[in-house]
Design a binder for this molecule. Structure first.
Ligand SMILES: Cc1ncc(COP(=O)(O)O)c(C=O)c1O
Length: 506
């Protein structure tokens, strides 16, 4: 604790003039050392180290004791004890009615609060001795927000009321009660024209996409168009069934569906919120793609992976509502609840629903009737709606934070797309190297990818960009993760900006 003693001497408990009003999310590695039995000691140590290293900047409010205790799975009294101890030592400040704050450093106070966090010391923190990294993967929800008490209550109700046949082999389309609830929910919230018969349950988007591709191939299809940006795994699922990929460029109006020709059999689109670019398919292109499907008999597969998460007033409804006989709509519980729920749903044109069922066979039948009944119960009691509203508010805060941090520290970068979903594309200033930003992020402890990593083929002319999955980290790390990512952008693009400045003639 020598380092702590040195820095502790320079701490001042004067309230900073310009305090950050956001609660600080922590990136702490609270591990019990050899012979250590008290989590309080480990947390105290981790917090001190984080303050010394600048990972927990001065002038910021710490999470409430209840939130930090929940994130770290320790008792709330332990966190209160540690806050009190560090307050007594001068590291923290308790303000009546306003929470606990990191005390301000006397010198370079403002700089210390906002300076990019230093890179983690080699070998510090990580489970294998490497630095611990905050996951900012795109499209991932924060599993720490999973509504455990509500899910448990729904599970109890299901176990109290499930009949013996409920526990037998379910309908190959999935449990009828769940399909009823989903049909009503999707109609109400996404405008989907759904009937119970045409609704099919699957184990995740990937399994339903694979089933749809098998049904297409069984019907003689050969070519499926995808957006040039998307999940490589989804492209792999398509090609594994023997279909050939056709790539559609993506611009500010979404995928260019006007390029679809009659020899394409189906197209996979993230119409509400292009993944990961973030733009919605424009109204003209929505009409163009449904027109193409009606004229050619082609199938539109709509991946509505995060339709619930819009942060502006105008919602974008499902494309399926415009042409229910030509669009296969697929949604998932992975974003609003958690991937561990393992359920997704498809609403299909009638003929295609029959073909998918025929292809399903015995192997892919969703057998987890109990899990499906719990989700049905969750929907029926509107616990799903309440949870989505809470998640929407949380993710909107995280996106706003990213936007504010960028505006403050890297105004030359900008967020692409609409405010929605769990990730955002950051367009870097011309001449920046996105790979260098990713490397700098990793050095500082935040993992994210370049936009190019989602591209099906390298293409010139696309602006340099990275994708920040602000939805992924646990609540206690979200804000730190964003700050690290923005700091990495700032540090890595400086040389590029300096380069162009030097070239300018005064
Ligand atoms: C664009 C997109 N579609 C679909 C999914 C898949 O959801 P699931 O977890 O149901 O496979 C994801 C998940 O990351 C996604 O980002």
């Amino acid at each position: 604790m020598n380092g702590a003693a040195v820095i502790g001497a320079s701490l001042a408990c004067v309230p900073p003039a310009n305090q950050a009003s956001l609660e600080l999310d922590l990136h702490l590695d609270v591990r019990l050392g050899p012979g250590e039995t008290r989590p309080a000691r480990a947390l105290e140590q981790a917090l001190r180290e984080a303050i010394v290293a600048g990972r927990v900047p001065a002038g910021h409010r710490l999470p409430p004791t209840r939130a930090l205790a929940a994130d770290l799975a320790i008792a709330r009294t332990t966190v209160s004890e540690v806050y009190a101890q560090l307050t007594a030592e001068g590291w923290l400040e308790a303000r009546v009615g306003a929470g606990t704050w990191v005390a301000e450093l006397t010198e370079t106070a403002r700089g210390a609060a906002v300076a990019p966090p230093p890179a983690p010391a080699p070998g510090a923190g990580g489970p294998a001795g490497g630095p611990r990294v905050i996951d900012l993967s795109a499209g991932r929800p924060d599993p720490s927000l999973f509504p455990r008490p509500e899910w448990l209550a729904a599970t109890r109700r299901v176990l109290d009321t499930a009949s013996a046949p409920d526990l037998g082999y379910p309908d190959p389309r999935g449990m009828e009660r769940l399909r009823q609830q989903l049909a009503a929910y999707l109609a109400r919230t996404r405008g989907v024209a759904a009937t119970v018969d045409r609704t099919l349950i699957g184990h995740g988007f990937g399994s339903l996409l694979a089933l749809a591709c098998q049904a297409l191939v069984a019907g003689g299809a050969r070519r499926l168009a995808v957006e040039e940006f998307g999940h490589p795994e989804h492209r792999d699922i398509v090609t594994a069934t023997g279909l050939h990929l056709v790539l559609l460029p993506v611009d500010e109006r979404g995928a260019d569906v006007t390029r679809l020709s009659a020899d394409v059999d189906a197209v996979l689109l993230t119409a509400a919120h292009q993944f990961p670019v973030g733009v919605p398919l424009s109204p003209a292109r929505r009409r163009a793609v449904t027109g193409w499907a009606q004229a050619t008999g082609g199938l539109v597969i709509e991946d509505d992976y995060d339709g619930e998460f819009r942060y502006e007033r105008r919602a974008v409804g499902a494309l399926q509502a415009m042409a229910p006989d030509h669009v296969l709509y697929i949604g998932t519980a992975s974003k609003a609840l958690a991937p561990a729920v393992g359920l997704a749903w498809a609403v299909s044109p009638q003929r295609f629903a029959d073909r998918m069922l025929a292809c399903r066979g015995d192997l892919d039948r969703p057998r987890d009737a109990l899990n499906q009944l719990v989700l049905a119960e969750f929907l029926a009691g509107h616990a799903y709606d309440r949870h989505v509203r809470r998640m929407r508010a949380e993710f909107r805060r995280r996106r706003d934070h990213l936007e504010q941090e960028l505006a403050s520290w890297v105004p030359a970068a900008r967020l692409a797309g609409v405010p929605a979903g769990l990730q955002a594309v950051v367009e870097l200033p011309a001449g920046s190297d996105p790979d260098a930003v990713v490397a700098e992020g990793l050095r500082r402890g935040a993992a994210f990818r370049t936009l190019a990593e989602y591209a099906a083929r390298p293409r010139d002319g696309h602006p340099p960009a990275i994708v920040i999955g602000f939805g992924a980290p646990p609540a206690s790390q979200a804000s730190a993760g964003t700050t690290m990512a923005v700091a990495a952008i700032q540090a890595a693009i400086k040389p590029a900006i300096r380069g162009s400045d030097q070239g300018r003639t005064p």
